[in-house]
Design a binder for this molecule. Sequence first.
Ligand SMILES: O=P(O)(O)OC[C@H]1O[C@H](O)[C@H](O)[C@@H](O)[C@@H]1O
Length: 534
Amino acid sequence: MQRLTVSTSGAASDAVRRHLPPLVSDGVAGKLFAKDHTLWGEAAEEESSKRLGWTDAHDVSRPLVDEVLALRDEFLANGVDRVVLCGMGGSSLAPEVIARTAGVALTVLDSTDPAQVAAALADRLERTAVVVSSKSGSTIETDSQRRAFEAAFREAGIDPASRIVVVTDPGSPLEAASRAAGYRVFLADATVGGRFSALTAFGLVPTGLAGVNVAALLDEARAAADVLAVDADENPGLVLGAAIAGGEPIKTYLGIVSDTTSIEGFGDWAEQLIAESTGKDGRGLLPVVLPIDAPEIGATLPDLQVARLVADAADTPAVGDEIAVSGPLGAQLLLWEVAVAVAGRIIGINPYDQPDVESAKLAARGLLDEQPAPTPAAFAEGGIEARGTDDVVEGRTTVASAVDALLAALPEGGYVSVQAYADRTRLMVLEALRDLLAERSRRPVTFGWGPRFLHSTGQFHKGGPKVGVFLQLTSKEDIDIEVPERPFSFGSLIAAQATGDAQVLEAHGRPVLRLELTSPDRDATALLELLRAI
Ligand SMILES: O=P(O)(O)OC[C@H]1O[C@H](O)[C@H](O)[C@@H](O)[C@@H]1O
């Protein structure tokens, strides 16, 4: 088995030298794995006392393996071989990286974009099982997706109870409703928070049903736990935690680069773990998923710490001021959870709450209830309509000049956040905006698909340091789908989510430029051309 290795160099090594000795002498690793909830200070204790189940999830989850395999066999025997996962944030990000790394097909529906929902509903329904995952059981996206699949199954003459599998916490409203509907229910461990739940039912049920060898994943984590629980200078979890959070001054941006690793899409999972755990009280770390040739890396930004995922960090150790990490996926899931718990202790925050996520949800709900008239566009260029805060759109008549105004509003030490509320399976081309804006701004640029990022980096954007500027993209799709038995459609839901989050960002005093693509496929390309030209 590949060894779990963390290598540091330059400034990252300095951070380790500063913070590792007290971590070891305080016995942090041993205490963490003994579920000592006092590691993050008194204010965090109420929450941390019920959130440390992740430290032995690799053992506790073991009995799930056979249960999941049995259900997979049952599905296969009935010709059901396509798995869709409906879930947001911690309920979908780990399954996505697990399935992608194993090369196993799993359709992750973590969107309210009507075109993306329609595509997931239209694909081989007669062979589809749907896993509905929600810890709270009340997340509006997941609830809406479940309703849509139930209706689609019924319409196709398929009994939803024969296809829907639910993962939720004991006692959630979803548990009660699912039992009443006769769905198969996997109860998760209530002492594990969503973003730490990769090795619980949330990570294992959808991926195991899709065909991933989840027993091997647990084995990898089990082996890693033996090293991660020991208070020693070589503990890779203590080293990584110190390296990412121990800069003086702290390096706010953590660039995550997939280099020679065979893990696919790890950054998207790590983003939620790190941003939601640390981004609060005006502090925190913002993970920025970077391509290997990202402009930020060449720019050697003083507040950017690069962590590179490599095939073997012992063979190719870190250079410059970087961190290099290697190890099998199961081991790295646990490694980064430990590192983030350690980072929380160093920064002095409670890693287990997400105090600012609710604000965007409330704003979206308010807009769905009120149905206010849409705000007129400040200007339009081709099919792209522009709205935003006055500092960005007032007096502007072109997209390029508004984007320039947005970048000009970047404070020292700031970052750009691109947030695309669009079909991420079809409009991937929009991701190219990241590099374009990084080249132009010479600052870290983070790209997120809405509403998915609201459950991930969304916490940092509102709770972390107030230094972001925000480019929000929305797409007006031709199709819309009603959410069964709810007074709104997917189209109105995603619109309310985008507008609601923009309102909250604006209320935090942040510059926001909102560009609506009225004909998404055409305007996505046009937007890239406009920005390439400046
Ligand atoms: O699993 P659920 O209860 O549906 O929650 C899904 C997500 O919701 C919120 O946005 C939380 O901030 C996330 O941490 C969580 O992962």
